[in-house]
Design a protein around this ligand. Sequence first.
Ligand code: ADP
Length: 218
Amino acid sequence: MAHKDSVAVIGLGRFGRSLALELVDEDTEVLGIDENPEVVQLLSGSLTHVVRADSTNESALRQLAVHEFDRAVVAIGSDLEASILTASLLVSFGIQDVWAKAISEAHGRILSQLGVRHVVYPEHDMGRRVAHLVRGRMLDYIEFEDDFAMAKTTPPADLVGRRLADSAVRTRHGITVVAIKRLGEDFTYATADTVIEAGDTIIVAGRTRQTERFSELQ
Ligand code: ADP
């Protein structure tokens, strides 16, 4: 395995598994590691390599050449001790890009203190995202780290039938309409001359709070 372009995914539970399979789909070589033989059996053939090993065991990881990887993901969530010990080993190997899943803020804080560069909170983030979808008109929502978000939504009444330039949506709502989709058509970029119609779907971008507010307008 060409370790430079490959990713080691440790812990093949629901999160690790879908991550690993997605990487393989995108033509990335994946070394999957899990201590559960049934999980390993299930995924053998789907990933580049799948190995049964205890990732808290340094020599086991070295035997698998995990220390030669540039990127590794600790996808162990519920077993806090295993997550922390594994992350600590990966950092001590000098792996540049260590990603780790955290199931609580305290867990995430410890991982950061260990030197894990990328801590992700899949359950927490997904919960927030779904809350947005459940609450308002949003059809899709993504929040970036730096207080910026994008939402796919339907237009509020006061935007319908006017050129975007005339509706002054930026100054009134603090958001930008990025793209627009008419029923049965594909998305196209929005311009100042775009006239929004009822039934359109739009993609808007802006500060998180303003994007949320805009998507709650009727
Ligand atoms: P999810 O919520 O994404 O399913 P889990 O934390 O439940 O995540 O799953 C973690 C996976 O990591 C399980 O498949 C488990 O067998 C594996 N795992 C836990 N501890 C170790 C370890 N020390 N070494 C290797 N794999 C481990």
